[in-house]
Each structure stands twice: as structure tokens, then as C-alpha cells.
Ligand binder design. Structure first.
Ligand SMILES: C[S@@+](CC[C@H](N)C(=O)[O-])C[C@H]1O[C@@H](n2cnc3c(N)ncnc32)[C@H](O)[C@@H]1O
Length: 308
């Protein structure tokens, strides 16, 4: 890895890549040789290289092809080389290096206080939770474990008349969520609250409760690739079987749903284990055109099985 990082600097001095197009190929080659792990918004070295080069240069992803053949200044080239070197040496995901991530087609500030947004729930939000939301309307939405605020903010965009509560137990994460709420000018509709799951919400009820909680079993968390060590442990690791938060969420959700409200929760690879842990619950496991799984939906009557 150290050798790959050194060759990044020497290639920059030699001035090999000149245009954004050449830089993408160059960065991709370095990433491929360094055998990195992808899973923070991209799933292959090419996409990760495109993300780094385009966004470090301030290019939109849909830029005109001729822009890709214009020379990059020396200073900008040095920055690209430095970012590439850091991605390889520190195994730090590109989103943290750039302090930028995209979710549901929207930009977000991210740093090491929050998980890098990547949940397949984005697709569901863009589809306005169809066909699961009765009448397709939602007046009140709750995002539990909001992190960067990405789910809450994307929901506010998808439902322009809804008010959204974005809760997290981490004060650090809430600072980032608030920054993003301001960036999207949604202060009047998205409220960021410090709450241990439902603890600060009183008896408030919601048409949609959505959550991408921590769900990685402790033993699995310890073995994750180095890229994940840059993310807050509180956002990933969650007890022996990973379900410490999910269990409490399931137990209390019915009391916070409107009569026809829905609960949508991501548990990733924990799908089978959760079904074994709650054999009485009629989980609907959602399917996604853009990939991803491990996300269930339950209605309030479904949850009654837990609290008869
Ligand atoms: C997997 S991250 C999800 C972040 C964001 N929603 C996303 O999808 O990118 C889980 C979040 O849940 C928060 N969290 C962990 N335990 C919590 C709890 N008991 N109550 C509320 N939030 C919690 C973490 O601080 C973290 O921000």
C-alpha cells in the first residue's frame, strides 16, 4: 500500500494525467492496484475514481463531454494526487476526504461524525413509499438515527407538505444533520432532536417512521475492512446480535404510528436472523430496482402481534 501511495506522488510530478478523463483512468488504476474496499456510496474502483475526480474538480456528474478533455491545472492535479494518496494510505472513504456525499440525488455535508449515506431507502423515498403509503400522503414523518439527516431531508423534499422529525442519540451527528437542514433550507419543516429512539417524542404519532439504525453484530464489526473504522462505531455496531436498537424500535413503534402508518427499517444482512428472532411478525421485505436488500416494512396492525 505504501508503494502505491509513493507512486501516486511521482506520477503527479511526471505530470502523466492531464485532463479529467485521464485523471479518472489514472486514479482508477491506483485504486485497483491498492485493493481497496468499496461500500460507501460506490461499489467499484471506477465509480470511486469518477466521484473523486469530478467532485474534487467541482464538476457536475452530468457535465458536457468536452469538459473532460480540458487540461487540469497543476495545483488541481496535485490535489487529485494527494486525495488519491490519502484514500490509499489512510483507507479513508472518498466521501470523507471531500466532505460530500449524495443521497436520493441530493448533496450532503459529511464528516467522521456521521455514517456516509448509502441506504437503499433512497429509492423508496424517491418513489414516495409507493405503493405502501395509503393515499400516497404523509403529513408527519419520523427518521430515527438520522446521522447526516439524509433520510429526513430527502423525505422533506419528496413530501413538500410534511413535517419531519429527525432524531439521533448522538449530539455530534445532530450537529451535522442541522448543517444539512440549513443547507437545504428546510429549517421550518425538519426538526432535529436528540432522542434515544422515541424517548424525546412524547406521544407524537407519524404516518411514516423510517430508520436505518445501527445493526452490525459486535463480532462482525470488529472484522470490517479498515474503511469502516472511519465511521462512528455508534452508527454501525449494536450489541451481540446487532438488534439492540431494532428490538426497542419494534417494541415501541406501534404507539407512535397513525392508524394507517408504516414502519420501514433497514437491517441489511440481519434479515434472516431478525425473522428467526421475531417469528410472529409478518415482515414485508422490500425489493429495489437499484439494488440492496434487508429492508422491511410493517404496518401498525402488523406490530400489534408484539403488544397484543
Ligand atoms: C446506520 S447510521 C444511519 C445514519 C443515516 N440515517 C443514514 O442512513 O445514513 C445509524 C444512526 O443511528 C444513531 N443511533 C444509534 N443508536 C441510537 C439510539 N439509541 N437512538 C437514536 N439514534 C441512534 C447513530 O448515532 C447513527 O447516526
Amino acid at each position: 500500500m505504501a508503494r502505491a501511495a509513493r507512486s501516486v506522488s511521482s506520477a503527479q510530478r511526471a505530470g502523466d494525467p492531464r485532463t479529467p478523463r485521464q485523471w479518472v483512468s489514472w486514479v482508477e488504476k491506483k485504486f485497483r492496484a491498492a485493493r481497496l474496499c468499496y461500500g460507501h456510496g460506490t461499489d467499484n474502483p471506477r465509480d470511486e475514481a469518477v466521484f473523486l475526480v469530478f467532485r474534487a474538480l467541482g464538476l457536475p456528474f452530468e457535465c458536457a463531454p468536452e469538459v473532460l478533455d480540458k487540461p487540469v491545472s497543476k495545483a488541481r492535479g496535485e490535489r487529485l494526487a494527494e486525495l488519491t494518496r490519502r484514500r490509499i494510505r489512510e483507507r479513508r472513504p472518498v466521501a470523507y476526504l471531500l466532505q460530500e456525499a449524495w443521497f436520493a440525488g441530493l448533496p450532503f455535508h459529511v464528516d467522521e461524525r456521521v455514517l456516509i449515506p448509502r441506504s437503499p431507502i433512497a429509492e423508496l423515498i424517491l418513489d414516495r413509499f409507493a405503493p405502501w403509503l395509503p393515499a400516497g400522503r404523509a403529513r408527519r414523518i419520523l427518521d430515527i438515527g438520522t446521522g447526516s439527516g439524509c433520510i429526513a431531508i430527502a423525505c422533506a423534499h419528496a413530501f413538500p407538505k410534511a413535517s419531519v422529525d429527525a432524531v439521533d442519540v448522538s449530539a455530534d451527528a445532530l450537529a451535522v444533520a442541522r448543517k444539512n437542514v440549513r443547507m437545504h433550507r428546510l429549517q421550518t419543516r425538519v426538526r432535529c432532536l436528540r432522542s434515544d429512539i422515541f424517548s424525546a417524542l412524547g406521544n407524537r404519532t407519524y404516518d411514516i417512521i423510517v430508520s436505518n439504525p445501527p445493526y452490525v453484530p459486535a463480532r462482525t464489526w470488529r472484522k470490517l475492512p479498515p474503511e469502516y473504522a472511519h465511521e462512528p462505531r455508534l452508527a454501525l455496531e449494536c450489541g451481540r446480535d446487532g438488534f439492540d436498537v431494532v428490538r426497542r424500535l419494534l417494541a415501541q413503534a406501534a404507539g407512535h404510528l397513525t392508524p394507517r402508518g408504516i414502519l420501514v427499517v433497514e437491517v441489511g444482512a440481519g434479515q434472516r436472523a431478525l425473522m428467526r428472532a421475531f417469528p410472529g411478525l409478518p415482515f414485508v421485505w422490500l425489493e429495489f430496482e437499484r439494488g440492496g436488500d434487508g429492508i422491511f416494512l410493517l404496518t401498525r396492525p402488523d406490530l400489534a402481534a408484539l403488544n397484543p
